[in-house]
Write a protein that binds this ligand. Structure first.
Ligand SMILES: *Cc1c(COP(=O)(O)O)cnc(C)c1O
Length: 326
């Protein structure tokens, strides 16, 4: 394993008092429907609205003093960018987030509001990445990637420690899966305490890079397409160093959802559980509702984020139609 369970314990100590320890709620409706206790990890109530601030905070605090003095840089329009901005501001570290000119203004404003410098460069993610490389080479900033980095994985793994503490007899955990930093950390933490627990990764059908890579036996390129689970888009990196192997070795099962099934998850969270959850955060609910995972014992659904455009959320929960994106 690229990271040891001890790294997750160390991350928990670093994060204490800096990010929320989120509650484990219950889903009465899914418990009744499935006949097993179904609990909801309310990680969408995390500061910044997603778990990504855990890995970001752990990674920022793990920097050396000279690295902290020079600052961090990342490329992200979404939850990773927010996590980095928040973590850096809290630690008094400079943070630059690079984005392409295609990014909507509200996302730019959201990251600026957290104190980061936003740099708009070119009109593709690749050009934004070139600016990151320049800032690393010329100004000595440290690039923090969204998932494939040991401190990030360990930080996300602290979610898993909380699951085992709050529900020691857990059997199945459903975890949203993209680059695999979240599920790798959670699986390592949970399986260290409960080796027989079943960890299930859930992605969208459209553009599930990790699942395609697992099938191919190596990281592969997958075309990114518009999806309601937009935080799960993007590749795992052809030069993936950590998460591919960890997911391959620790995750028991993966499932993919249609856009309708993701929308069902968002609607169920809202109407039954009274929670606003983004598409990526609701895929575990969608998987249970679609009977794509059949739990036999105490089950946890990890709700990973809530940063959804509220106009889109309104459209999803107000009808049974799934908005057509892109
Ligand atoms: C990033 C993200 C994920 C996926 O996390 P990975 O570590 O990339 O697998 C899931 N849900 C939300 C809300 C996210 O922002």
């Amino acid at each position: 394993m690229p990271i040891e369970p001890g790294a997750i314990l160390a991350a928990r100590d670093r994060l204490r008092g800096r990010v929320r320890r989120t509650p484990l709620g219950e889903s009465r409706s899914l418990t009744d429907r499935l006949g097993v206790p179904v609990r909801l990890k309310l990680e969408h109530h995390q500061v910044t609205g997603s778990f990504k601030v855990r890995g970001a905070t752990n990674a920022v605090l793990a920097l050396t003093d000279p690295q902290k003095a020079r600052g961090i840089v990342g490329v992200s329009t979404g939850n990773h960018g927010r996590g980095l901005a928040y973590a850096a501001q809290a630690a008094g570290v400079r943070c630059v987030i690079c984005m392409s000119s295609l990014v909507p203004q509200n996302k730019i404003d959201g990251i600026r509001a957290l104190g980061a410098e936003v740099r708009i460069v070119g009109d593709s993610q690749d050009e934004a990445q070139e600016e990151v490389d320049r800032l690393v080479a010329d100004d000595g900033l440290t690039m923090l990637p969204p998932f494939d980095q040991p401190d990030i994985i360990a930080g996300q793994g602290t979610v898993g420690l909380e699951l085992v503490e709050d529900l020691p007899d857990l059997e199945t955990v459903l975890v949203p899966l993209s680059g695999g930093g979240l599920i790798a950390g959670v699986a390592l933490a949970v399986k260290t305490a409960r080796p027989d627990a079943r960890i299930v990764g859930v992605s969208m059908e459209r553009g599930a890079a990790m699942i395609e890579s697992l099938r191919a036996g190596r990281p592969v390129f997958v075309q990114e397409v518009a999806t309601l689970a937009d935080s799960l888009g993007g590749g795992i990196g052809l030069d993936n160093r950590h998460t591919f192997a960890m997911v391959r070795d620790l995750v028991d099962e993966t499932v993919t959802l249609t856009e309708d099934e993701i929308a069902d998850g968002i609607r169920h969270a809202y109407w039954q559980d009274i929670e606003i959850v983004e598409g990526s955060g609701a895929v575990g609910l969608g998987a249970l509702l679609a009977d794509k995972v059949r739990p036999t014992g105490p089950t946890i659904v990890l709700l990973s984020g809530r940063n959804i455009d509220m106009t889109l959320h309104h459209r999803v929960v107000s009808s049974n139609m799934t908005p057509q994106l892109g």
